[in-house]
Structure formats: C-alpha cells, structure tokens
Design a protein around this ligand. Structure first.
Ligand SMILES: Nc1ncnc2c1ncn2[C@@H]1O[C@H](COP(=O)(O)OP(=O)(O)OP(=O)(O)O)[C@@H](O)[C@H]1O
Length: 273
C-alpha cells in the first residue's frame, strides 16, 4: 500500500524492535508507525505479543534491539526531565481498568496529577470533575470506589485516569473486553469522540471486531513476530494470509452489518459475499 504519510504525522515509530524472554523471541525486527490523530486497532492471535509490544513501547519490557520514537523523540536519548515530560504526554488504560481499589474514582484520576504536577487540591478537584464529565460518568461517580462501579463504569473511570494529564497518545489494552455489546459500542463512540474533539491518537489492542469495523482508522495485524500488514479493512480483506482471512472474513465478521452508506459499508458487503 502506498504510504503518503509525512514524518510530522507519525506520533509513534517502532523500528526493527526485537524482544525476547530468555531463548524465546516474541517480537523479531518489528516495524510499526502510528499517525497523529488516528485510532489504530492492533490485532493478532492470542499469545502473539500484542501486550508485550505495548509494554515494550511503554518501557515496561526491555527490548534486545531496535528503536522507538514517540512524538519525534527517542526516549532513550532523553534526559530525566525530558522523560518525565514525555511520560505526561502518554496515557494508558490497562486491561481490566487497573484502578486502585482503595481509592475513589476521583482519587484514582488525581493520582497521575499528584505524581507529575504540583497543583493545589482545589484545582485537582476541578480537573477530576472535568475528566469524569468528559468520559460520560455521572458526577456522583467521583466519590465511589471501583467495587461500587459496573464494568462499563470502571472502563470509563480508567479512561478518565488515562486522560488525567491531557495526553497526546493513549494506549488502550482491550478496552471493550467484558462489556456487553451496547456498553462496548458506547465506549467505542466515546473513543471516536475524543479523537475528533481532542485530536487524541489512540493505540488500541483489541479482539473486538465491532471496534475494528466501526471506529478504527487503521488496523495493524501482529503475526510471525512482526506486523504482517497495516491498513484499512479493505486492505485486511485483500491481504493473503490465512489468519487474517479467517479473522476478517470469518463467521463473526459476517455478523457485523453496516449500512452501505457508511465508510466501510461496501467492504462489509464484500465480507458477507
Ligand atoms: N514476562 C514474560 N516472561 C516470559 N514470557 C512472557 C512474558 N510476558 C509475555 N511472555 C510471552 O510472550 C508471548 C506473548 O504474550 P502477550 O501477552 O503479549 O500476548 P498477546 O498477543 O497480548 O495475547 P492475548 O491476546 O491472549 O492477550 C506469550 O507467549 C507469553 O507467554
């Protein structure tokens, strides 16, 4: 596929990255670009290394070789102050939310603010209130503990925490897993709205075909220890690989029906053929 992306548009660039645990190589010479303002859906069979790649990008897993540049900077070449500044520009929603159970929603959201910013309590209260509103939670969710929230509310609260520092790029690890189809669709709409209103770039690891069809601007497929293909749904359907074909043309894909007038409508008609 022709790639006309300018370098300025690349918010995350992964080049030649290899990650191994002992003898076991999980990612081998992997390349991936994420463009500013897009929702990139990242898929791959279970155990192929999607979480490992996300954790490698976030410096939670060491790599053997290769380079990772975020917002035009190679993290390894930054000094301590610049690294902290860089950390504030990234948000992460780990699978299952990973909220602190002993803290209220408001306190969870304020945690990154306490860690990275020196703000008066009154300002943190106001910022937490705004984030709660932004993700579509009721104001009274602020003082609730995670155990008092539904699965969908936990995801939204975790998203509010990921957005606490107004990041440029957010990483979402299976954000709709465990949600019912309506809750998942509402969460997808929220993500798309944040992309459109805040210009947020979203890197989303997902198994959710609905999300891939409805909100992802591009898709990247992980397989054979590297990114096999990136592109639109059309590119996936045209890509000659057994797993990609089974995934995007399989039974579950065929149950997703979109009106022909929508962006991917014709694709889906083809998928059903
Ligand atoms: N800390 C670790 N030590 C050793 N092996 C690991 C470690 N973390 C991950 N792995 C291995 O790396 C491989 C990729 O795991 P990963 O969790 O990234 O897969 P995944 O694509 O996210 O899978 P799923 O879709 O099931 O969540 C697996 O074989 C896993 O066992």
């Amino acid at each position: 596929m022709a790639d006309e992306t300018k370098n300025d548009d690349i918010i995350l660039s992964v080049k030649g990255v290899t990650v191994a645990f002992g003898e076991k190589v999980v990612l081998d010479n992997l390349d991936l670009d994420v463009r500013r303002g897009e929702i990139l859906g990242f898929v791959g069979a279970s155990g192929t290394g999607k979480s490992v790649l996300m954790r490698t990008i976030l410096k939670l897993v060491p790599r053997r070789s290769g380079s990772i540049s975020i917002l035009g900077h190679d993290y390894d070449s930054l000094d301590a102050k610049a690294r902290i500044e860089m950390d504030t520009r990234l948000g992460v929603l780990f699978q299952h939310g990973a909220l602190f159970s002993a803290l209220t929603v408001k306190e969870n959201i304020q945690l990154p603010m306490r860690e990275y910013l020196d703000l008066p309590q009154s300002m943190m209260e106001e910022f937490a209130r705004l984030k709660i509103e932004l993700v579509g939670l009721e104001p009274d969710a602020a003082d609730k503990f995670p155990s008092e929230l539904s699965g969908g509310m936990i995801k939204r609260a975790a998203l509010a925490r990921a957005l606490a520092l107004d990041p440029d790029l957010v990483f979402l690890d299976e954000p709709t897993s465990g949600l019912d189809p309506i809750g998942a669709a509402e969460f997808d709409e929220l993500i798309a709205r944040l992309r459109d209103t805040l210009g947020l770039t979203v890197y989303m690891v997902t198994h959710d075909l609905d999300s891939l069809f409805s909100v992802c601007d591009r898709i990247a497929v992980l397989g054979q220890k590297r990114v096999l293909v990136t592109g639109t749904i059309e590119d996936m359907l045209a890509f000659d690989d057994e797993w990609v074909q089974a995934y995007f043309r399989g039974k579950r894909a065929r149950t997703i029906v979109k009106p022909a007038s929508s962006g991917h409508g014709s694709t889906l008609e083809r998928a059903e053929a």
